[in-house]
Design a protein around this ligand. Structure first.
Ligand code: FAD
Length: 358
């Protein structure tokens, strides 16, 4: 079975890893091997060297028998001939997996040319250079990428401001938002909540609550799935590439996983989910029974010195189990939890909640 994977992010690389032994080709538009996006803010902050971003060497791909095509952009899927058309030529497939990920949502504000976004190593290098020059940063957006950046850069001693248009962080309630803010404020992050960015210039950003100074500006307003190759090839797409619970797209033998895929209105948006999709799809392609639970989300983030796990349903009325754990109940059962600092506990709770025994 010739399996062609478009994209060498965590979804694509994990799928190739799981299916090693099969005839695997990866097509990747970037010119570098797989690197860790969750570690980019650690790299920008100066906590790790660039080499540490690369978990797999080129030899690793070779040993695994993965044919890695770097610097090749997938353009179109010729479904009738079962060929992927790339910038470097055509590749025949039996199974094609689209794992093209996502890109940052562009800020819809005047002066967006003064604002960076962060997704790739190249973005990180650009931002790192600027931050080292100006030693201050203004982050727009209080999602997990904004908070990771804020935490790490403040921990590294940079002056950090974070502007967020809502009053709650990560969609959590007021109490949890307050705890996250207090932790990050201890490291020096200055928060501007309920502030809508209107216009950026060289020196900072004008919001509807006033002007906030910051020479280096990074916008983290969420993601836009890279669905274009599917759309161009006549494959059904909504916000992302539409898939069923077996990761099948509307085209025969074409699958989609990771940030580019949309299941029942859900775009997972984390590396953990992309790798989870890859593991389940690998089993399905090998004819084994498996299932991915799209409704159950669980991720551990580290905002500087502060690790936090969001498990299952984390909205609505919650109850504190202890100072570091808030749980969310439905019908007397724990269906979600936010666990701060104690990651072992978070992992235990995740297992229990998933198994429905808490
Ligand atoms: P991607 O990682 O986006 O990879 C897709 C690949 O496809 C890219 O390499 C792209 O170049 C390639 N590609 C796209 N189109 C084409 C084409 N037409 N032809 C060829 N190649 C193409 N997640 C977590 O779980 N925890 C975290 O702490 C965390 N922190 C993050 C911090 C940052 C700064 C960022 C940017 C992301 C973070 N994430 C985190 C999110 C996580 O990185 C993504 O969810 C994950 O990378 C998605 O994996 P993917 O394989 O679907 O797509």
């Amino acid at each position: 079975m010739r399996i062609v994977i478009v994209g060498n992010g965590p979804g694509g690389v994990e799928l190739a890893n799981q299916l090693s032994g099969e005839e695997i080709t990866i097509v990747e538009q970037e010119k570098v091997p797989h690197y860790s996006k969750p570690m980019l803010s650690h790299y920008i902050a100066g906590f790790i060297d660039k080499e540490k971003l690369f978990p797999y060497s080129l030899e690793w791909y070779e040993k695994k028998g993965i044919d890695l095509n770097l610097g090749a952009r997938a353009e179109l899927i010729d479904r009738a001939r079962k060929r992927l058309i790339t910038s470097e030529g055509e590749i025949p497939y039996d199974v094609l997996v689209i794992a093209t990920g996502a890109r940052p949502r562009e800020p819809a504000l005047e002066g967006k040319e003064f604002v960076h976004t962060l997704r790739t190593l190249q973005d990180a290098e650009r931002i790192k250079e600027q931050i080292e020059k100006y030693e201050e940063v203004l982050i727009l957006g209080g999602g997990f990428i904004g908070l990771e950046l804020a935490g790490n850069l403040a921990k590294a001693g940079y002056k950090v401001k974070l502007v967020h248009r809502g009053s709650n962080l990560l969609g959590l309630d007021e109490e949890l938002t307050k705890v996250i803010m207090e932790k990050l404020e201890c490291d020096g992050v200055e928060f501007y909540l309920n502030a809508n960015a209107l216009k950026a210039d060289k020196e900072g950003v004008l919001t509807d609550k006033g002007y906030v100074n910051g020479k280096v500006k990074i916008c983290a307003f969420g993601i836009v799935p890279n669905k274009e190759i599917a759309v161009k090839s006549g494959i059904h797409a909504g916000r992302g590439i539409l898939i069923d619970d077996h990761f099948r797209t509307s085209a025969k033998d074409v699958y989609a996983i990771g940030d580019c895929a949309e299941y029942n209105g859900i775009i997972c948006g984390t590396a953990k989910a992309a790798m989870g999709h890859a593991r389940v799809l690998a089993n399905l392609l090998r004819g084994r029974e498996d299932r991915y639970d799209f409704e159950f989300r669980s991720t551990i983030f580290k905002f500087g010195n502060f690790p936090i796990a969001l498990i299952g349903k984390t909205r609505g009325g919650g109850k504190w189990l202890d100072k570091k754990t808030k749980v969310f109940l439905e019908g007397g059962k724990i269906v979600g939890a936010v666990v701060m600092e104690d990651i072992r506990k978070a992992m235990m709770l995740e297992k229990k909640i998933k198994a429905g025994v808490s």
